[in-house]
Design a protein around this ligand. Structure first.
Ligand code: C2E
Ligand code: MG
Ligand code: MG
Length: 691
């Protein structure tokens, strides 16, 4: 038997039992239970009294459950069925009973109960969440979807369908209804995002793509979802939402477009151009024979057009230029507006270098056609610098810089043309830059000097004035003549501060000399004005100011201007000449005979003197025709009421010939080389002594 059978006395001491009972209590002999009473046996305090009462009332109990503590301390749950018996002799009560160990069953029961309780709680929670979910789906602005990956069916909420313009019944709940509507360009990335999340590579599925609306347009949506999976197993389900982000996307795209495009011309701006150029350079690094070209464009005379036409028409011109530029390039190429009147063109993937110049030629042709602005035909030309890709290029700005250098060259060579960058331009630019910095520093360090060469009257042989000539006392190279720096100064604009300084020096020096010779006729000073100085809008004011500052009478100042300078822009030049003469200053036309001037203009220029270029004087004796030319010039001058000065007189023979030709004044090494300011008084003294 598995049940334990026992008899016990009133206190519960076991009197006799079967082996199953002993086993149940964890002992092997009855003796071991000596002294083990009911009070030891029953764990719960009230249990013994309760059983007692039941037995007293009914004469026994059936299946009374209690918890039993074995002598070894282990606790069992047991069912006790027992009857009471009385020993007629001793009147002592005995109990006979059967004990069943239900510990295991009890534990199983309790576990089951706990499970049931848990289940009840989770069912309630599930119900709540389901309700919440239903509410959410119905009320959400987002579409909801729910899918077993790979299955044909897919739950698509009514709102999901509505977002694409369909009624609930018009679209079936199938995965295909979604995926087949996705924009072809977005399908791959969408599939990727799905797969990654299903594989467990991303914590959340999230993807922005375009879906075709019922009306054929595309709406931008954001799809988000979460897969259900057991650890380490493939996902069994994925569900999520679909949000219409068309508005946000449109704003984003607009912002992006604005950030990378020029508002006026709608062309890519400098930022985007740099970016694209960077990509081409990157490609060049991977593929050294890759060929592309950068064209740097600058409209010629745009400032003049802009000012004369007005800014509104100037803008229209830029827009028109942008449109034409785009017509000149292939779809893969880029035309960008780099700012002002500057444009950039990136020609990608060229077959040969000549392709770049072909495009440049097309641009020249296209841009030089007339533009109609405000009912008026306007013409413009463009200068283009071209830089071709070469393996040496590492950064986009290097190409831009070289294209810019080539553009500078194209401008210098006369505009309306293209130049392809070559390495020589670097050397040229570097040398020029160095010279420019040197020049500025030289002015600050007072390294410039003015030298003076006397001008002599033919009849009396007396010094009547000086020509002021610039020199550079270079700390390393010694005394430099104008040939070494005037051209660069003119090119860079440095001639303006330098020229002003020479003018001041010369006027101050001469004023000092004249003051030191009271009673003598005042001497004059000739100062050279470069083309750039002469074209300066405020040149007249500048001359007036210097005269006031130095106190030199205007009649003592002669400004030398080359023939070329006045001829180049004859009309404005005439006005400047007149204004200078109105100040009381004389104007001399320098290097006369070298400038191909139209003689018909000569009478219209407000000038005082012609200076015959020394190339005619120096060859006068050797080649007879030069003497004739000098003679013609002298006659011409006299007929126009002008004075004549012959430059570069080196020999007594030249002097005699000039005297015969009735040349009034002479200047040259025969009398004196140009001398430093401190040597002028000495020179005057000797000249005085000689005559
Ligand atoms: P330029 O104005 O025609 O000046 C006359 C030049 O002829 C001077 O050269 C002078 O030294 C030189 N010369 C005078 N007599 C003789 C002679 O008998 N034989 C020879 N072989 N040469 C003679 P320099 O000083 O070298 O000046 C050269 C040019 O540089 C000047 O030609 C002038 O155009 C320019 N220049 C000089 N100083 C200035 C200046 O301050 N401003 C501007 N803008 N140009 C200047
Ligand atoms: Mg001169
Ligand atoms: Mg000269």
């Amino acid at each position: 038997m598995r049940e334990g059978i026992y008899s016990s006395d009133e206190q519960g001491h076991i009197l006799d039992c079967n082996p199953a009972f002993l086993q149940m209590l964890g002992v092997s002999t009855l003796e071991e239970l000596a002294g083990y009473a009911a009070s030891d046996m029953m764990v719960d305090p009230g249990a013994r009294e309760l059983e007692h009462d039941l037995i007293a009332r009914d004469g026994g109990v059936r299946e009374f459950e209690f918890r039993l503590r074995r002598p070894d301390g282990q606790i069992l749950t047991v069912l006790d069925s027992c009857t009471v018996a009385r020993n007629p002799k001793t009147q002592v009560q005995h109990y006979h009973g059967i004990l069943i160990d239900i510990t295991e069953r009890k534990e199983a029961e309790q576990a089951l109960q706990r499970k049931q309780e848990e289940l009840r709680v989770s069912v309630a929670a599930l119900k709540a969440s389901e309700e919440r979910y239903t509410l959410a789906v119905a009320g959400a602005n987002d579409g909801i979807w729910d899918w077993v990956p790979g299955a044909e069916v897919m739950y698509l909420s009514p709102r999901w369908k509505e977002m694409l313009g369909y009624a609930e019944a018009e679209v079936e709940g199938r995965a295909d209804e979604w995926f087949s509507r996705v924009h072809p360009d977005d399908q791959d990335t969408l599939r990727c995002a799905f797969d990654e999340h299903l594989r467990g590579a991303t914590p959340l599925f999230e993807h922005e793509h375009r879906i075709q609306h019922r009306d054929g347009s595309y709406v931008w949506v954001l799809a988000r979802g979460l897969a259900v999976r057991e650890r380490g197993r493939p996902a069994t389900r994925i569900a999520g939402s679909l949000t219409d982000i068309t508005e946000r996307k449109r704003a984003e795209l607009q912002l992006q477009h604005d950030a990378f495009h020029d508002a006026l011309t709608e062309l890519p701006n400098r930022g985007l151009f740099d970016d694209l150029l960077g990509r081409s350079v990157g490609k060049l690094r991977r593929q050294p024979d890759y060929l592309f070209a950068v064209l740097y464009l600058d409209l010629d005379r745009f400032r003049v057009l802009n000012e004369s036409l007005g800014h509104r028409h100037g803008d229209q011109l830029l827009i028109a230029v942008a449109k034409r530029l785009q017509k000149c390039i292939r779809p893969g190429d880029t035309a960008a507006h780099l700012g002002g009147d500057e444009f950039g063109v990136l020609l990608d993937g060229l077959k040969e270098p000549a392709d770049a110049t072909l495009v440049a030629d097309r641009i020249h042709r296209e841009l030089s056609l007339p533009y109609l602005l405000g009912g008026q035909e306007v013409f413009t030309t463009v200068s283009i610098g071209i830089a071709l890709s070469a393996p040496a290029y590492e950064r986009p700005e290097q190409l831009l810089r070289d294209a810019d250098l080539a553009l500078y060259r194209a401008k210098a060579l006369g505009k309306a043309r293209s130049e392809v960058f070559n390495l020589g331009m670097h050397a040229l630019a570097v040398a020029q830059l160095e010279l420019e910095t040197d020049l500025r520093r030289a002015l600050e360090r007072e390294e410039f000097r003015v030298y003076y060469q006397p001008i002599v009257a033919m009849d009396s042989g007396a010094v009547v004035g000086f020509e002021a000539l610039a020199r550079w006392q270079h700390p390393a190279r010694g005394l430099l003549e104008p040939a070494a720096f005037i051209a660069a100064a003119e090119e860079t604009g440095f001639i303006l501060p330098l020229g002003r300084w020479v003018l001041q020096e010369a006027c101050r020096m001469l004023q000092g000399v004249n003051a030191s010779r009271p009673g003598e006729p005042p001497l004059s000073v000739n100062v050279n004005l470069s083309p750039r100085q002469f074209r300066q809008p405020d040149i007249v004011d500048e001359v007036r100011q210097v005269l006031e500052e130095t106190g030199l009478p205007p009649a003592c100042l002669r400004l030398e201007i080359t023939e070329g300078t006045v001829m180049e822009h004859a009309e404005p030049a005439m006005a400047t000449l007149a204004a200078l003469r109105a100040l009381g200053v004389q104007v001399h036309l320098d290097d006369f005979g070298t400038g191909y001037s139209s003689l018909s203009y000569l009478p219209r220029f407000d000038i005082d003197t012609l200076k015959i270029d020394r190339s005619f004087v120096s060859n006068m004796a050797a080649r007879g025709d030069n003497a004739e030319i000098v003679g013609v010039i002298v006659t011409l001058a006299h007929n126009l009421g002008l004075q004549v000065i012959a430059e570069g007189v080196e020999t007594p023979e030249q002097l005699e010939m000039l005297r015969d030709l009735k040349c009034g004044q002479v200047q040259g090494f025969l009398f004196s080389r140009p001398v430093a300011a401190e040597d002028v008084p000495g020179l005057l003294a000797t000249a005085h002594a000689t005559h």
